[in-house]
Design a binder for this molecule. Structure first.
Ligand code: NAD
Length: 293
């Protein structure tokens, strides 16, 4: 069994990006710039945003964090988005989700200029992804492709089963694994909460991508020998073995399945760190203006 080490791979990617940033800065004097909007002070969102800002610093990007009060109106938020859209100094914009209930997330997502949509959530980028033309790919699925590629996991002709159909992970993942690309060219089955015979399906997977958000849901009786497992899930549970008093669990029971797998991502240190690395990569791509979405 080979561990798909997202922590190491994401550090490799960050080093590669830092080298490219240096060359962009010395040739053009311009520094790639990511802007993030954070509404309210949800603990998990604060943690994710802090990690993204830190990652920007590590690779030499400029970053701007705009904090808005929980009570901000949808209109005020849309105005902020528009200001950033028009600011030619800024290459990428992310609006940290979830947003407060009184704000329509889709409306905000659609307001972001697709050319600055480094999260890859805008319908224009999702459509371009589905058409297999240059697009900002959503960071988590893109990070998974990168891991598969860097570890030379064969995907062509394989049966890939995806669990979960969210807009940010499961659905785009199923599209990407079916595209005529490498990684890709899989026969894909997308499963979800209404799938009636999940275990029968997961047992036929050569590649199993799990993104449902239920701790240790996948056990050894649900997989076949030699499967490659990508565990996207992150659930915070109490623990008396850690200093912080909590630990992170994936959607896969790692200890139970590990001896049956050819490859597996750990939690933490698998898919999570890759997500941030791909956000940086999208911002770099945007700063180079290599394609227009
Ligand atoms: P979501 O909560 O939006 O959707 C969950 C999906 O799982 C739904 O499509 C639902 O139909 C499906 N599902 C629920 N119960 C099921 C069952 N019993 N059988 C089959 N399918 C079932 O999920 P999300 O936003 O994609 O997040 C999923 C998990 O991935 C969460 O734990 C989240 O924290 C984590 N996540 C991690 C990263 C990362 O960078 N590692 C990024 C995004 C999400």
């Amino acid at each position: 069994m080979i561990i798909l080490d997202g922590k190491k791979t994401s550090n490799d990617i960050k080093e590669e990006i830092a080298v490219q940033v240096q060359s962009i800065v010395s040739s053009s004097g311009r520094v790639p710039h990511l802007s993030a909007i954070l509404v309210g002070n949800d603990g998990a969102s604060e943690t994710y945003i802090a990690a993204k800002v830190k990652a920007c610093q590590k690779v030499g990007f400029k970053s701007t964090l705009i904090r808005l009060d929980e009570s901000v109106s949808e209109e005020e938020l849309l105005n902020e988005v528009e200001k950033i859209n028009k600011n030619s100094d800024i290459d990428g914009l992310i609006v940290q989700l979830p947003l407060p209930k009184h704000i329509d997330e889709m409306k905000v997502t659609e307001a972001i200029d697709p050319k600055k949509d480094v999260d890859g959530f805008h319908p224009s980028n999702i459509g371009r992804m589905a058409l297999n033309i240059p697009a900002f790919l959503p960071a988590t699925p893109s990070g998974i492709l990168e891991l598969l590629e860097r570890y030379s996991v064969e995907t062509s002709g394989k049966h890939c089963v995806v669990i979960g159909r969210s807009h940010i992970v499961g659905s785009p993942m199923s599209i990407l694994m079916a595209r005529n690309n490498n990684p890709g060219n899989c026969t894909v089955t997308l499963t979800h909460s209404r799938t009636s015979n999940l275990k029968e399906i997961t047992k036929t997977a050569d590649i199993l991508i799990v993104a449902l958000g239920k701790a240790e849901f996948i056990t050894s009786d649900m997989i076949k020998e030699g499967v490659c497992i990508i565990d996207v899930g992150i659930t915070r549970v109490k623990s008396n073995k850690t200093k912080s008093g909590w630990k992170l669990l994936g959607d896969v029971n790692f200890e139970d399945v590990k001896d049956k797998c050819s490859f597996i991502t750990p939690v933490p240190g698998g898919v999570g760190p890759m997500t941030i690395a791909m956000l940086l990569q999208n911002t770099l791509l945007s700063s180079k203006k290599e394609f227009s979405s």
